[in-house]
Design a protein around this ligand. Sequence first.
Ligand code: SAH
Length: 424
Amino acid sequence: MNKNKSSEHACHLPHSKMEGQESTSPAAIESSLPAVFLRRGKDESLRRFHPWIFSGAIHHFNGQPQEGDIVRVYTSEGEWIATGHWQIGSIAVRVLTFDDVPIDAAFWEHRIRVAYEMRVAIGVAGRDDNSTFRLIHGEGDQLPGLVVDIYGSTAVLQAHSVGIHQCRMDIAAALQAVLGSSLQNIFYKSETTLPFKAGLGQSNGFLLGGDADDIAVENGLRFHIDWLRGQKTGFFVDQRDNRSLLEHYSRGRAVLNMFCYTGGFSVYAMRGGARLVHSVDSSAKAVDLVNANVALNFPGDPRHEAFAEDAFRYLDHMDYPYDLIILDPPAFAKHKDALRNALKGYIRLNAKAFEKIKPGGILFTFSCSQAVSKEHFRTAVFSAAAAARRQVRILHQLHQPADHPINIYHPEGEYLKGLVLYVE
Ligand code: SAH
């Protein structure tokens, strides 16, 4: 743990206690935390363990909280009900615990251990042929604002709230306690995910190690992971199971992997025995990445070619009769207001694929927009099929994998959906 030391502090201390640090006994810390009192009746969703408190639910405070502070939450009758991170915006508190325990080293270690044991139990962690998995999926692991992806001996830690940012050193220590010597590096990647208005000016960098091997293994296939410059934490871990399914359908087919990014689907298609694989992405950097990953697994294999081009343009111009097409675009709707346009985008994109896919072809089509429900998405794909006048059967309905769990009390955590379609 060698970087960012100067700005570090124990994240359970309220701002008011950080300067003087007169008393740090657990009881003194707990009693000095800012208190948030809810309006009458606004504790209902918390009694059902929903982890967000909206600003409109708050009646008053004791001690004005600052962004990132840990706050204790009370009902209008003065009963403690939750403890969480304060943030500025319509979601005012993201709940860390419904048990009255301090948010200390033991808290982080416990939560991370529970999450890790779950990954071992479901068979994504602790395997020789798979060193790539999501260890912490925010609310899905009862740690709102925190994402941790594991790539071999490197953990990429991403904070989506100031509270998590302030706790990053405690979280890093807990990761080491749980993962032991299998963890050699922790890369902190929150430059673009922290609220811009908080003005933290945080830059990405290693919290532990730094001499990291950038190759990780997913289901026996090897991938370069670019956590320094790549999107998200460097790789789309959430498509692992869907890539495996694609592998199963690839034998003898001509595959078009649209929006390929690092080429996860392309490499699985090649292992599955595809006759030919074309990868397309508008980013030249992505095309370099997919070529590097194909070369890593299938050096010199002539079946693969990659093109830097806009997806819509490529689909318009292409005349190759692909019989397996993957459409995995970026989120078209980043929030609810963009829904209408996003649906139009999905219709337009899918209609182009339906127009061009060979009879008897298979289409893997996805949406990772949280704001687009699976019903919305299915309706969009239905409209696209009708516009192209193709007969289409749904073979599979896909979703995010088990290491991206959905907290049953937080259905908002569902975001990835996909359909596998047989196009007559
Ligand atoms: N399927 C990938 C993840 C896709 S992420 C995987 O399994 O890892 C979305 C990708 O779409 C990004 O790489 C981005 O560069 C690309 N992209 C965005 N807009 C595009 C467009 N109009 N045409 C082609 N690619 C686009």
